[in-house]
Design a protein around this ligand. Structure first.
Ligand SMILES: NC(=O)c1ccc[n+]([C@@H]2O[C@H](COP(=O)([O-])OP(=O)(O)OC[C@H]3O[C@@H](n4cnc5c(N)ncnc54)[C@H](O)[C@@H]3O)[C@@H](O)[C@H]2O)c1
Length: 304
């Protein structure tokens, strides 16, 4: 196992130490065994630290000189099976650089960010032609805002209600939310959440769900406030207002583990390009989204 970063607090340090470097607010970590002493490798900075992160994170000198070829070579040298891209939202060049490096190295990709990678027809075609698996886009957290919001939409539709308006506001205090406080960086997150609501059966969703604030003292705690209005029997009104409070990082950890397993299993089965069906459970914006219940069935079918 290996990892890449640009932060001078992380590059060159063993994973076990880089996990708790200053800007990180997550509190629980998995055990890595012998891999925990592997050093974090430098990656090209590109647009990784554009926006508010640039005031907080200083790039390591080695990262300023790193190239896409270095990343591809490191993936080959470490005999990587799957590359997980967990870069800041909006870092379009850096995210695409990692996808390109993985393609060159023949390594499957999990794009946990909302950047269009698996949804980009050209990138998809290149992975397919090269026989490399490509999973994404934008991780769907285990019990997160999107999972809860889309499950309630599915429930209301299954009960025959006519959906009205909805919104989903999210605040948090980790570096992801700091980065997302910049509207130039958060656009793809809004688009991705809209894709998930659309796949659940809701229309008129542009701009109604997304990150809406950075509150530093919340650290890794994320709060979601959502509302769904609908019309029921004899025109009666139904309105659900909810608040969800979760720890953001562990909420993604199990899904990332499942995405890595899916990437490896798909590669071992000789698949290439995107994996429809099974991907819909793990990502908000796969090329072909599905309602939660159908996505779960497709995932379990793949896993069995
Ligand atoms: N619950 C979740 O954590 C969750 C759920 C769904 C999607 N995501 C997505 O995952 C992505 C990462 O979220 P996060 O909370 O881990 O963010 P984070 O801010 O904690 O981590 C981003 C990391 O990327 C590094 N980085 C910046 N530029 C880089 C470059 N060019 N090369 C290599 N590393 C670089 C930063 O130094 C930092 O360590 C975001 O796009 C987010 O939307 C996260």
């Amino acid at each position: 196992m290996t990892a890449f970063d640009v932060d001078e607090e992380k590059v060159g340090r063993p994973l076990s130490e880089a996990f708790t470097a200053p800007a990180i607010s997550a509190t629980a970590f998995t055990r890595l065994g012998e891999d925990s002493e592997a050093p974090v490798l430098p990656a090209p900075v590109l647009d990784g630290l554009a926006g508010p992160l640039g005031d907080l994170v200083r790039p390591a000198a080695a990262a300023r000189e790193a190239t896409q070829e270095d990343v591809a070579k490191a993936l080959v040298d470490h005999e990587a099976d799957v590359l997980v891209i967990v870069l800041p939202t909006g870092a379009s060049q850096a995210i695409r650089m990692f996808a390109g490096a993985a393609l060159a190295a023949g390594v499957a990709v999990v794009n946990a960010t909302p950047e269009e990678v698996a949804r980009d027809a050209d990138i998809r075609r290149r992975f397919k032609e090269a026989g490399v698996v490509l999973l994404g886009d934008d991780l769907r957290s285990h019990v997160g805002a999107t999972t809860l919001h889309t499950a309630l939409i599915e429930l209301m539709l299954s009960r025959g209600l006519v959906l009205g308006s909805t919104y989903q506001l999210n605040v948090g205090g980790n570096t992801d939310f700091l980065n997302l406080a910049d509207t130039g960086r958060s656009a793809t997150k809004f688009a991705s959440k809209a894709n998930a609501l659309r796949a659940a059966g809701m229309t008129e969703v542009d701009g109604v769900a997304g990150p809406t604030g950075f509150v530093g003292h919340l650290a890794d705690t994320k709060l979601c406030f959502a509302s769904i209005k609908a019309t029921s029997v004899l025109g009666s009104e139904v309105e659900i207002d909810l608040k969800l409070k979760v720890e953001d990082s562990p909420n993604a950890a199990g899904v990332i583990a499942n995405a890595v397993r899916l990437g490896k299993a798909a590669t071992d089965r000789g698949l290439s390009g995107t994996v429809d069906g099974a991907s819909a459970l793990l990502f908000k914006s796969p090329p072909h989204g599905l309602p939660e219940s159908e996505a779960r069935t497709a995932f379990l079918e793949f896993a069995s």
